[in-house]
Design a protein around this ligand. Structure first.
Ligand code: ATP
Ligand code: MG
Length: 403
């Protein structure tokens, strides 16, 4: 099969393939972007695979970076783009179930495609837009099927992350999993406990953000995969609530929103410890925690000026969109309006600072000054005090006189 139109990202990279070929080696586009090009979906990261060894690639191109030379990957800088070029390789003996203990560079495209996870991820595309399909991937694309390359049992046993990847591709492509592939995934779920949490997080996160997330999540529940994921053990009922609670067309607008909704569905009170187990960043934990807090506030009352000041309008809007999806009352305009009315959005915007007050009124640093500053802040947020030097100083003078 030949692609009718070659996506512009590939067209732009064609000179790279030519250069490698002119030096006497093979080179192809590979990986997810070939799958996406066939499906006429937008493509990202153009991956190139080649029979040339890393050292040989470095001789062909003048600007290169050794990003993962031990795995065969060289970053090539051409024009204003970066391309990852990886030597054909095989992977063997997954000793600790986390990463291959050894990769071997090979000269055969077939060997390289054989190590890939699913038939729809195992295409190569040559410089004439010819799709090389050695494992029936085109038929599987047609039938919207995810099928392991080779012996499914072996493939999931050697790398259990592929179980999560399978569920993730289900969610992103809307495909179903072929019977033997699914059986092998289920047989090997226990091995997920040996896979690094960070890599599992990436896959679950992509799953939740994907258009068919309910499909992927439903399979994650019915295959018992959740039993082997951090903090999700014995959460079948709650995960089912999450699945049935939002309409089918609903997509999460951010990872934080997706994870917040997961935590809301699980009824988890300890947000940070939960997300720590998933080894997420502090920023991520904080944002998710704020989303859950605002969600709970909104179950009890309307949003106040203080809420908009404290959490910011973006967080609150994301909560409103969850409420809208669930058929609860929502009001975006009100949040925008409150935000517009706020005198300040951050205490750094206050026009008089602590050292100015100390100098003007002979104040010492300490709790008294701190209290005064936070009073100024809360008066402004409440809309009772203008952010001008005059207004602030006369407020301070009244306070000091009142003592
Ligand atoms: P996306 O569109 O999300 O980038 P992708 O298919 O490109 O999806 P990547 O994680 O970017 O997935 O990996 C690139 C390719 O490398 C895959 O298409 C697949 O061929 C191969 N691959 C990645 N991870 C594995 C794995 N754990 N086992 C086998 N093959 C893998
Ligand atoms: Mg990719």
């Amino acid at each position: 099969m030949r692609l009718k139109t070659l996506p512009s990202e590939f067209q732009k990279a064609l000179p790279i393939l030519s250069k490698i070929k002119e030096s006497g080696y093979e080179a192809y586009f590979v990986g997810g972007s070939v799958r996406d090009a066939i499906l006429e979906r937008p493509i990202h990261d153009v991956d190139i695979a080649t029979s040339a060894y890393p050292e040989e690639i470095k001789k062909i191109f003048s600007r290169t970076v050794d990003v993962g030379i031990e795995h065969g990957t060289i970053l090539v800088l051409e024009e204003d783009e970066e391309y990852e070029i990886t030597t054909f390789r095989t992977e063997e003996a997954y000793v600790d179930y986390r990463r291959p203990s050894q990769v071997h560079f090979v000269r055969s495209l077939k060997e390289d495609l054989k190590r890939r996870d699913f038939t729809v991820n195992a295409f190569a595309l040559n410089h004439t837009s010819e799709v090389i399909d050695l494992f029936g991937g085109l038929k599987d694309l047609e039938e919207k099927t995810l099928r392991a390359v080779g012996d499914a049992k072996e493939r999931f046993n050697e790398d259990a992350l592929r179980i999560m990847r399978g569920l993730r591709f289900m969610a992103s492509l809307g495909f179903s999993i072929e019977e033997k592939t699914l059986a092998a995934m289920i047989d090997n779920t226990f091995l997920l406990e040996r896979i690094s949490v960070e890599r599992i997080f990436i896959e679950l996160d992509k799953l939740l953000m994907a258009p068919f997330w309910q499909k992927g999540l439903a399979q994650l529940v019915s295959s018992n995969v959740y039993q082997f994921l951090p903090e999700l053990k014995n959460s079948k009922k709650q995960l089912e609530v999450m699945l049935n609670d939002l309409p089918f067309h609903f997509h999460f607008e951010s990872s934080e929103q997706a994870w917040a909704y997961l935590l809301i569905s699980l009824n988890t009170k300890t947000i940070k410890p939960f997300l720590k187990q998933w080894k997420t960043s502090n920023d991520f934990q904080k944002t998710v925690e704020n989303l859950v807090t605002v969600y709970q506030i909104r179950l009890e009352r309307e949003i106040s000026r203080q809420d908009v000041y404290r959490f910011g309008k973006e967080i609150i809007k994301q909560v409103e969109s969850l409420r809208e999806a669930k058929g609860l009352s929502f009001n975006y305009d009100k949040i925008v309006e409150i935000d517009r009315q706020l005198t300040i959005h951050n205490k750094r915007e206050i026009l008089v600072n602590g050292s100015q007050l100390m100098a003007l009124y002979q104040l010492e640093p300490g709790p008294k000054l701190g209290k005064l500053l936070s009073e100024i802040e809360s008066q402004m947020v409440a809309g009772h005090l203008d952010n001008t030097e005059d207004a602030i100083l006369s407020f301070v003078e009244r306070r000091l006189a009142g003592e």
